[in-house]
Design a protein around this ligand. Structure first.
Ligand code: SDX
Length: 382
């Protein structure tokens, strides 16, 4: 007997997973049982990636080995750099990222997903190279020279260096590292589900991540962080915020950066990101955009809070990235740089007891329609 049709699979479990946990009513997020607040304060993205992939935080030897592996695999193949340079500079960086990841899999064929060692190496390559792809395309489309990665810098510091050409200070590295940790996993979100579906066909990990990147790019998912900055710029001043939000609500438009399928209270990541945005504005000075963001948060919380609609992870992340000098259409690629560890953890978990995803449907069409030659057609179907 088929199950009832559930739009968007809302509330439908599609896997058993031990990777992350969300309590949407209490605003709790844990990675492998560790609260996100603790990881944001004490961990690093390298440690968090190990936690997600291997199930526990690394000891010092394992951490050192992971840092070394990631540093050794950052460099992009010259052909990948050439490919990026063939793409239109006006193209969206998420499309460049998706194209480069799919191409990367051609240089490191990993189509036999039964080999643990190969699978581990693919995870290292993808986690290490996504930042290199993002910074290479950013430099190229801004007319700057593409920089080689530095093996003496940590994962996040190296990304900021290859993006800006300047060795970043500790405040900037810590801020972005926290963002990558906060974005690293989030149970069965759309892009993770997309990656699991692709992985369930035994496609290779580059294809899995390429699928997930495509799904993340949509404005209802990871693409929202870029839309938030566009919205704040469109509002233009703190004084305009109330009228703008009221118009959005009158038109039943979605307000970008707010609402969530699971959280019916404040997204714990938004709370941490707002604190981070506060720190960044103390460091760099407050901006009109941040003041507008605070006012929008206040207004939307007042008007939609009782419907369980609050700021989500995408609302404040852009303020932090903007303070780091990152262009708003590069925000979602940075979301992908964080989430890649979670996508790969879910891919590996899917393979443990894999069964290809093949749901069903409720047929809503007609039956037994006769075939009519072209000269006899016309009327309603043309
Ligand atoms: C991410 O799933 C994840 O975990 C995702 C993510 C992750 O880490 O992977 O957390 C990252 O994608 C965060 C979400 C980023 N997207 C946005 O900020 C886009 C704006 N948000 C909405 O589009 C919406 O809130 C969703 C898509 C996030 C969730 O949508 P749902 O669960 O399908 O909710 P819905 O569209 O059915 O809305 C339910 C009600 C509606 O009102 P009614 O028609 O019942 O009167 O809530 C309203 C909606 O109008 N609503 C909003 C709103 N979100 C929901 N109203 C105004 N603005 C919004 N943002």
């Amino acid at each position: 007997m088929p199950h009832e049709f559930v739009p968007g699979l809302e509330g439908v479990p599609i896997a058993e997973s031990a990777i992350s946990f969300v309590d949407g009513l209490k605003g709790v997020l844990e990675y492998r049982g560790i609260r996100i607040e603790n990881l944001a304060e004490h961990s690093t993205y390298e440690e968090t990636a190990h936690l997600l992939l291997k199930g526990d935080l690394p000891d010092q030897a394992a951490l050192g080995s992971l840092i070394h592996e990631l540093a050794n695999h950052r460099r992009l193949e010259s052909q990948i750099i050439d490919l990026l340079k063939c793409l239109p500079e006006y193209g969206h960086p998420m499309d460049a990222l998706q194209a480069a990841i799919a191409a990367l899999g051609m240089f490191h064929p990993a189509r036999d997903v039964t080999k643990d060692a190969e699978n581990h190496l693919s995870c290292i390559r993808l986690i290490a190279k996504l930042p290199s792809i993002v910074s290479a395309f950013e430099r190229f489309r801004n007319g700057a020279e593409i920089l080689s990665p530095r093996e003496d810098l940590g994962h996040t510091a190296n990304f900021l260096y290859t993006l800006t050409g300047v060795e970043p200070n500790h405040v900037s590295v810590k801020a972005l590292d926290v963002c990558l940790i906060l974005h690293a996993d989030h149970t069965m979100n759309a892009s993770t589900f997309s990656g699991r579906v692709t992985g369930s066909t035994l496609a290779d990990p580059y294809t899995v991540v390429s699928s997930a990147v495509g799904t993340l790019s949509g404005p209802l998912h990871g693409g929202a962080n870029e839309q938030v900055l566009d919205m704040l710029r469109e509002i233009g001043s703190v004084q305009n915020a109330e009228t703008y939000i009221e118009n959005k609500m009158a038109n039943k438009d979605r307000i970008m950066g707010f609402g969530h399928r699971v959280y019916k209270t404040k997204d714990p990541r938004a709370i941490i990101l707002r604190r981070l945005a506060d720190e960044m504005t103390e460091e760099h000075g407050s901006t009109e955009l941040y003041e507008i963001a605070l006012r929008v948060d206040e207004i939307v919380t007042e008007r939609l809070g009782e419907k369980g609609i609050f700021a989500n992870v995408d609302f404040y992340s852009g303020i932090v990235y903007d303070a780091l000098g990152i262009r708003s259409d590069a925000f979602t690629p940075i979301f992908a740089m964080g989430r890649v560890a979670g996508w790969l953890a879910h891919w590996l978990e899917q393979l443990i007891d894999n069964r290809i995803f093949r749901p069903t449907q409720i047929y809503a069409g007609e039956h037994d329609i006769p075939y009519r030659p072209a000269e006899q057609r016309g009327g309603k179907s043309s």
